[in-house]
Design a protein around this ligand. Structure first.
Ligand code: UGA
Length: 435
């Protein structure tokens, strides 16, 4: 099949590359000249494990092409995927900004020739596919096309395997013909018997938001519970295990921590709650999850302050991990960005390390100092915060850490370490939801 992907951001680049790995002929188009030039030279603009090799091999096999030329990309395509960004609107009202989606629709409309399926891949509020259809019809009344919605469920850091071995593929369509095209595109997944949920446009759009919001609710639930655990002397890690072994609950996304971050959950929960309010069907659970999540970050600042004996002023604090989760260089809505500047504001000196997030972090938090490795960050520090659970922080040499640091305060915001192990090494241990 011939596929065009509009937008080479995270979703567009991973999807286009994986479709080409399936054996389809894929053309990825973007407006950003520098990015397309870099991609042509095999330079990947994001850190995603495994992506660079996959891009390289498919470019070499001539199945994956990068271009600035929309007409070339769309010519003869069986399907055009819109995968441009949908950031939170700059108006600050929580709505998703759809201007890039609509501009892409307008532009592609003029280049359509022969039957094409136009697929919304970007995360877009319910009703967007129908609006895109109106725009294309309005711009090119003769265009022969069907509209579809095919939301993505890719986790950063695990995006390739999420694409290649998904739990399900969701497809919103209005015709059998469009369904057939999408079934053909995803045919390689039939071998591993991936279920395909075929529904109407609105339901597909909403499945994406409902899934992300549910996971966000699950995280906020466990974080709320962690707060109670601290008050009553219970242990959140054991509690989550005890809950998660019930198959109806499941153990995933029950890890207490500094609140969820990233480019998806914060944005999508907000956009969904706005859509719901607009339709007079407010989603109180989702609204609570949003509130709990922002309170959780503030609670972490308080936890750090208390661990330091009531004041962070004049203290040196090491921070291990800056990205919103491991295996990504993405700093969008990272917990560190909410927590570290608040500590510096109160007079702390913060020295941080992250395996892939420091270049971006330096731009966002110039008030923080940066070290070449974990032990460098911890040198003469009064306390260390484990902010993001990168593998390299999971088995720190605790004797070396104890020697390097001035104080012996270990604040484990991801509950990676056993409290007793740290205490045996002479540290005071502070986790989330456990004492
Ligand atoms: C999320 C979804 O998991 C994907 O299915 C979805 O496709 C994607 O958003 C998207 O909409 O594009 P992602 O944001 O990459 O993926 O990351 P997650 O692994 O879901 O983690 C989100 C945040 O929740 C991270 O800050 C993580 O540290 C936090 N988290 C996750 C917890 O605090 N506890 C948990 O138990 C799990």
């Amino acid at each position: 099949m011939k596929i065009a992907i509009i937008g080479t951001g995270y979703v567009g680049l991973v999807s286009g590359t994986c479709f080409s790995e399936f054996g389809h002929n894929v053309v990825c188009v973007d407006k950003d000249e520098k990015k397309i030039e870099a991609l042509k030279n095999g330079q990947i603009p994001i850190y995603e494990p495994g992506l660079d090799e996959l891009v390289k091999s498919n470019v070499e096999a001539n199945r994956l092409i990068f271009t600035l030329d929309t007409a070339f990309a769309i010519k003869d395509a069986d399907a055009v995927f819109i995968a441009v960004g949908t950031p939170t609107s700059r108006r600050g009202d929580g709505y998703a900004d759809l201007s890039y989606v609509y501009a892409a629709a307008k532009e592609l409309a003029g280049h359509l020739n022969g039957y094409t399926v136009i697929v919304d891949k970007s995360t877009v509020p319910v009703g967007t596919a129908r609006q895109v259809k109106r725009i294309i019809k309005g711009t090119n009344p003769k265009a022969d096309f069907d509209m579809a919605s095919n939301p993505e469920f890719l986790r950063e850091g695990a995006a390739i395997s999420d694409f290649m071995k998904p739990d399900r593929v969701v497809v919103g369509v209005e015709s059998k013909k469009a369904e057939e095209v999408l079934r053909n595109i995803y045919k390689p997944l039939y071998l591993i018997e991936t279920p395909m949920v075929v529904t109407n446009l609105e339901t597909a759009e909403l499945i994406k938001y409902a899934s992300n919001a549910f996971l966000a609710v699950k995280i906020s639930y466990i974080n709320d519970m962690a707060n109670l655990c601290e008050k009553v002397g219970a242990d959140i890690v054991a509690l989550a295990k005890g809950m998660g072994l019930d198959n109806r609950i499941g153990s995933k996304f029950l890890h207490a921590g500094p609140g969820y971050g990233g480019s998806c959950f914060p944005k999508d929960t907000l956009a969904l709650s706005k859509t719901a309010q607009e339709h007079g069907a407010g989603l109180r659970l989702v609204e609570s999850a949003i509130e709990i999540n922002s309170a959780q970050k503030a609670r972490m600042v308080k936890k750090i302050r208390e661990a330091l004996g009531g004041s962070e002023a004049g203290k040196t604090i090491a921070c291990l991990g800056l990205t919103f989760k491991p295996e990504t260089d993405d700093m969008r809505q990272a917990q560190s960005v909410a927590i570290l500047p608040a500590l510096v504001d109160k007079g702390a000196r913060v020295r941080a390390h992250d395996p892939h997030g420091m270049a971006e972090a330096k731009k966002m938090m110039p008030e923080v100092e940066y070290a070449d490795d974990a032990y460098g960050a911890c040198k003469d520090a009064d306390a260390v915060i484990l902010m993001t659970e990168w593998n390299e922080y999971r088995a720190l040499d605790l004797d070396r850490l104890a020697e390097t640091m001035k104080g012996k305060i270990f604040i484990d915001l991801r509950n990676v370490y056993e409290p007793e192990v740290l205490r045996e090494k002479g540290f005071q241990y502070f986790g989330v939801g456990r004492n």
